[in-house]
Design a protein around this ligand. Structure first.
Ligand SMILES: [Zn+2]
Length: 235
């Protein structure tokens, strides 16, 4: 590999590494977005559950109130009958009936108090949580907007890099280019790497001293004995 071809390959690698970096970020953006959407869904579900509980209690309290009202009407009707009745046996039956209605009203009044107490608690819990959840959802929606914007910019950047890549690619020797494309995924777009402090920056292994001093002396390009990448010291 001659130095000018090597520089073209380095340019190509740099472009591809940036494309890879952006693609990984895009993947991460997708995951983050899914997670945020999941958070919103779970917040909405919790709000809905509390709302259903609240509405259930509201219905229950209405039902009991209506039952009590109905019993009060029956009680009044019974009382009217009592005031008009003549026969003793009828009178006793009506008194039993009156007492039954009074019992019902009393029992249901206790139940109504309990349901209303529960309703107050759940209503407070529901309203508080709903307000908090809505605030959190708005924040998450802003985060999602930021992610969308970041994604848009990243996709545009990748498009530009790919256009640039087409031009740079033509400057790379055909054979090297083929080798580079074939090994790109495995070698993380690093077929040609610098040796720094005697270490191959592709695989992190130490290059034999002899080889390293040759690279320095002759400004040459060789292969790393550990990973097989092309290595240089200076181009
Ligand atoms: Zn290596």
């Amino acid at each position: 590999m001659d130095p000018s071809g090597a520089r073209a390959l380095l340019d190509l690698q740099e472009i591809d590494q940036e494309i890879l970096r952006i693609e990984r970020r895009l993947e991460k953006i997708k995951q983050e977005r899914d997670q945020l959407r999941g958070e919103i869904a779970s917040l909405r579900e919790k709000v809905e559950t509390l709302k259903e509980r609240y509405e259930g209690l509201l219905r229950r309290s209405k039902e009991i109130s209506e039952f009590i009202e109905e019993e009060e009407r029956r009680l009044e009707a019974t009382e009217r009958k009592i005031s008009m009745v003549r026969k003793d046996v009828e009178y006793k039956a009506l008194i039993r009936e009156k007492s039954k209605h009074e019992d019902n009203i009393l029992k249901k009044s206790y139940e109504l108090d309990e349901v209303r107490e529960e309703l107050r608690k759940v209503e407070e819990e529901f309203k508080n949580f709903e307000a908090k959840a809505n605030k959190k959802i708005r924040e998450i929606e802003y985060e999602l907007q930021d992610l969308d914007q970041e994604e848009k910019v990243a996709l545009e950047r990748i498009k530009n890099l790919k256009d640039l890549r087409e031009k740079v690619k033509n400057r790379v020797d055909q054979e090297i280019l083929k080798l580079y494309e074939d090994t790109k995924d495995k070698l993380d777009a690093k077929l040609l790497v610098r040796v720094e402090d005697g270490i191959c920056s592709g695989c992190g292994m130490k290059v034999p001293d002899m080889l390293f001093s040759n690279l320095i002396k002759e400004n040459s390009i060789d292969r790393c004995p550990s990973c097989g990448r092309y290595i240089y010291y200076k181009l």
